[in-house]
Design a protein around this ligand. Sequence first.
Ligand code: RET
Length: 260
Amino acid sequence: MNLPTLSHGEFELVYNMLSLAIAAMFGSFVFFVIARNQLTHKYRPALIMSSLVVGIAGYHYWRIFNSWEAAFTLTEGVYKPSGTPFNDAYRYVDWLLTVPLLVAELIAVLALTREVRGPMMGKLIIAAVLMIATGYPGEVSADNTTRGIWGFVSTIPFAYILYVLWVQLNKATEDAAPRVKKLLGDTKLLLLATWGFYPIAYLMPQLGVEAASATVALQVGYSIADILAKCGYGFMIYAIAQAKMEAEGTSVNVAETAEA
Ligand code: RET
């Protein structure tokens, strides 16, 4: 990626957003590890996945932050590219690991029967990997046609994921308690709003956005979307698990006494 010269404010905005993302990821990690104990065994795998997602992302944001710092030098009041490349591959490696976990999290918290859960999870994980893996060659290409082709290829599994989550998941959760259904609907909207941002951000160079603004908008936008799609989504998953336990009339203490 060819880096532009940035003003002091532009450089700092990205710097502070990346720092915020590290804090949000590690803070959420602690929360999910502790919150797991508030759930019965059936729902714990979902929270374990949430902890993994934010732990993996926290590490990657740490690396992205360091790479951002090394990629620029302050000269005469502006930030010029230092010659050390900014490593954008961290984001894609991060998504390759976390996006399949995020879809698996949603299926896990629903605690569907094994026959329904297994195939659905398998299809979603494969589609998530394909979506990220085919997006990457386009992301690193300077040629807009190559970008467009890979972007289109990557949109096919993306559309498939949305179809499975909306149509098939709705069918599988028809009998859920009203509060669970409401939370599930909100989670799916959060997912659509945040996931929808990534392909739009990807299109920015095609839309002819000026280099410095495009770089800053992309980094800030991806960071906000990531915080919402990982931390915010993880909290929703926790709320769904709590609502399901309430609907079932179970609590951790009851479950633990029953097991003892
Ligand atoms: C790409 C390439 C262009 C086409 C599409 C894309 C979709 C990316 C998505 C990423 C989601 C990431 C998440 C990360 C972490 O929390 C690869 C930009 C459709 C949907 C949820």
